[in-house]
Design a protein around this ligand. Structure first.
Ligand code: 4GW
Ligand code: MN
Length: 291
């Protein structure tokens, strides 16, 4: 394999932080060589699981999600798509590349949408312990209302990783939308916190994903007992977890972009993009106001 040697005196990116104070890489476009990484991960014959929940009307996002993942997600590697849904019959058949398959997992649909998103932690934990641990090496847990527009490959894999939320990577600590009420288990004080992580893209080796999801689920149950619900649901508990169990790799907002936040220069690629939702169709619990 031929490639230019790394230059110690010439950093590739000088506009963004590429290493945390605890020496975890922050993955921005340009800082890695995909060919070197692919060779490493092929050597270990890596198996990757991609989890996505398509509960109730969110099944409508599946075709674009999976078709775009076939083009851009872990191309050339073994991939299991784990689709959690209450509408098994509405999961269509997909044409997949060799070594890739869709596994449909039937799960209950909680009535409140807050529970739909929060209970993902419990279900990922349980299926990780009972099934994923036997089938894949890494798990990537993402939102389904998304489309892959560019490569998302093995550069994201690490013991445990999180993703910088597109709305807050340039923000001050006090601007992070952490849970600020001390009575919640997700509470983070104004003088604490490293980054604001997005709820829609995290992962790692199965053992670490079990620890993370177990923490978040238990924290949520504890709050429920006290009749508290964290401001941003599972995302708030995830941020609390990463404060004490720091991620070993952090993905730049390229990996969970949303055009609501425009096109800042630091974000050279929009690899995984949120789909603009018609809230009248998708957010079916919200009353549709008629003029
Ligand atoms: C309001 O009516 C809803 S429904 C808010 C979330 C809902 C929902 C979310 C749902 O009905 N079915 C579902 O499968 N989900 C899953 O939770 C889906 O995987 C989705 O990507 C994830 C997080 O919800 P979201 O994408 O709507 O959250 P945001 O707007 O923060 O990306
Ligand atoms: Mn989403």
């Amino acid at each position: 394999m031929f490639y230019d040697k790394p230059e110690c005196l010439k950093p590739i990116r000088t506009d963004v932080l590429t290493l945390t104070p605890w020496l975890a890489p922050i993955v921005w476009n340009g800082v890695f060589n995909r060919d070197i990484l692919n060779a490493q991960f092929h050597q270990m014959d890596v198996r990757v699981g991609l989890t996505a929940f398509a509960i109730k009307k969110y099944v409508m996002f599946l075709p674009k999600f999976i078709e775009s993942a076939e083009k851009f997600f872990m191309v050339g590697h073994k991939v299991n798509y784990y689709i959690f849904t209450d509408r098994v019959k509405e999961v269509s058949n997909f044409t997949l590349a060799e070594g890739r398959r869709v596994v449909t997992l039937e799960v209950p649909a909680y009535e409140r949408w807050q529970d739909v998103t929060m209970r993902r932690m419990e279900m990922i934990r349980d299926y990780s312990m009972n099934r994923f641990t036997n089938e894949v090496d890494y798990l990537v847990c993402v939102d389904v209302d998304m489309v892959f527009l560019d490569d998302v490959g093995v550069e994201i894999l690490s013991n445990v990783f999180g993703t910088l939320h597109p709305g807050f990577f340039g923000a001050l600590r006090k601007e992070f939308t952490y849970e600020r009420r001390p009575q919640s288990t997700a509470y983070i004080a104004f003088d604490a916190g490293d980054f604001y992580y997005a709820g829609g893209n995290f992962g790692g080796v199965i053992e670490e994903v079990i620890k993370l999801t177990n923490f978040c689920h238990n924290a949520m149950l504890e709050d429920k007992q006290k009749n508290v619900e964290a401001l941003w649901h599972d995302e708030s508990y995830l941020n609390k977890y990463f404060l004490f169990y720091k991620p070993t790799k952090i993905l730049s907002p390229e990996y969970i972009w949303n055009n609501y936040y425009g096109s800042p220069a630091a974000v050279q690629k929009k690899r995984f993009l949120g789909i603009e939702k018609d809230y009248n169709v998708v957010r079916f619990r919200r009353a549709i106001s008629k003029p």
